[in-house]
Design a protein around this ligand. Structure first.
Ligand code: HAM
Length: 456
């Protein structure tokens, strides 16, 4: 094993170098490190979503990592899985109950009210890219800290807006190369009044059938009957097929609203499946709800979802304000991109590795690397390693297209060797021509300058 390679836990056990030490720490259950190769995906996705959001007039917002617990209790719903069992809630030293954000919509609405944004021309449009926290049972695609990109459009209601929000999500999936493998499912869950009547009808239907339900579904039936439609329990799925249908309880206005949303989707050639069991796990929704999922994949197959939440701002103490939004989990998007073999461009690739032999060469290396970088060339050396062989192993690991070699002879003669690693050829050039020669070879277009005008 090369000295610079990372030793895994297994290596440490095998070579005995871990003997007598405490076992190394691991990440806490359900969370994960984002290592450099995956960061390339995160960076790429962030670039795509920022671009699409800017095009559509959305502005970025970041709310704090924690909020008062009440923000979520009141909006996401006391009976929802998120609030009843998944929140990371703690007390601060003054006894205030705080919660690590399990989702982004309620905090954005809290900010909208707090900063008087109802006075701005409406709608006000936000997007965010943030980590969220849910104490869920970990499995593939389901984490206790996960990243989500989301956007919210606050202050207006119209079926055309709902279609536009779905279109924006769809375009983002297209840009990411995964739209073909995702299906949109959509439903209209009506207004609060019709949902209450429907909830009672569901309770009546399940009266006497409780023994077929899992403990979880029994609780759902008591606390939040509509969630039973979302059950993954086989018996419940069968019973749900003959349960009262929401479409028989929905108001004529909601039905008309829904038909209009579907009409726009057809105009936009967005394929959809109507799913009358789609209720989503957060209580704040009304009217349109939708989800993008991978039909072929079982388990955690929802790659994003959203809906209208016209009552949420009022629940937080604001004036009644209609709104709609969407959120997608970056880990699930990345898994989907990998399944689809979508490659992302790497901005991290180095151009040049500078290798040196001897102290005098090392003295020349530091300013040379600095000059290369200031010309936009991504360059590194391995100044802590004396042996050329070990230095070149690093060059290999980074797959650099060019190496500069400075040995004792080169120092004496004021020269350096430039080796083209792709073809294996090399030339010797005067030391003061090295930077210009490399700029010429790498080409203007590939140079990496910090441009203050570039979006950050
Ligand atoms: P959500 O459906 O709870 O909605 O989450 C949105 C997306 O986040 C999911 O489709 C999934 O991709 C991802 N996600 C959720 N939980 C996890 C987890 N434990 N691990 C990995 N990924 C996860 C919301 O959060 C709403 N705030 C979306 C929204 C915005 N509705 C209106 N505006």
């Amino acid at each position: 094993m090369a000295a610079d390679e990372v030793k895994t836990d297994i290596d440490l056990e095998e070579d005995g170098s871990n003997e007598g030490r405490n076992p190394p720490f691991q990440t806490a259950k359900g969370v994960h490190d984002i290592l450099p190769p995956d960061h390339e995906y995160y960076t790429y996705i962030k670039k795509i979503v920022r671009h699409r959001c800017r095009q559509a007039g959305f502005r970025r917002i970041t709310t704090p990592i924690f909020e008062y617990t009440e923000v979520f209790k009141r909006t996401v719903g006391e009976a929802s899985d998120i609030v009843s069992k998944e929140m990371y809630t703690f007390e601060d030293k003054a006894g205030r109950s705080l919660t690590l954000k399990p989702e982004g919509t309620a905090p954005v609405c809290r900010a909208y009210i707090q900063h008087g944004m109802a006075n701005l021309p409406q709608p006000v449009e936000f997007y965010y890219i943030e980590p969220f926290f849910r104490y869920e049972r970990p499995q593939a695609g389901r984490y206790r800290q996960f990243w989500q990109f989301g956007f919210e459009l606050i202050g207006e209601t119209d079926p055309a807006l709902d279609a536009q929000v779905i279109l924006l999500a769809q375009r983002i999936y297209q840009d990411l190369g995964i739209a073909d493998t995702l299906k949109l499912q959509i439903n209209n869950i009506g207004d609060l009044a019709s949902r209450k009547v429907y909830a009672e009808a569901l309770k009546d239907y399940y009266y006497g059938k409780e023994r077929y339900l899992s403990d979880e579904d029994k609780v759902r039936l008591q606390k939040n009957p509509l969630r039973i439609l979302d059950s993954k329990n086989e018996d419940t799925i069968i019973l749900n097929q003959s349960a009262p249908k929401f479409k028989d309880f929905i108001s004529a206005e909601s039905r008309e609203y829904h038909e209009e949303v579907l009409m726009y989707l057809r105009d936009l050639k967005i394929e959809y499946n109507e799913n009358e069991n789609l209720v989503r796990g957060l209580d704040y929704y009304n009217q349109t709800v939708f989800e993008f999922y991978d039909e072929k994949k079982g388990g955690q197959n929802s790659v994003g979802g959203g809906g209208r939440f016209d009552g949420l701002i009022e629940l937080l103490g604001g004036h009644p304000t209609p709104a709609i939004g969407f959120g997608m989990g970056l880990e699930r998007v990345i898994a989907q991109m990998k399944r689809n073999k979508v490659r992302v461009p790497s901005k991290d690739d180095l151009h040049v590795f500078v290798a040196q032999l001897g102290k005098e060469a090392k003295r020349l290396c530091i300013p040379l690397i600095d000059q290369l970088r200031s010309k936009g060339i991504k360059a590194m050396g391995a100044l802590g390693k004396p042996a050329i062989k070990n230095q070149l192993k690093i060059a290999d690991r980074f797959k650099v297209p060019y190496c500069v070699l400075i040995g004792e002879t080169e120092v004496r003669e004021g020269k350096a060797i430039i080796r083209d690693m792709t073809v294996g050829s090399q030339v010797t050039v005067a030391f003061d021509k090295v930077v210009a020669e490399l700029v010429k070879r790498i080409g203007e277009k590939s140079l990496d300058f910090y441009n203050p005008k570039d979006p950050v």
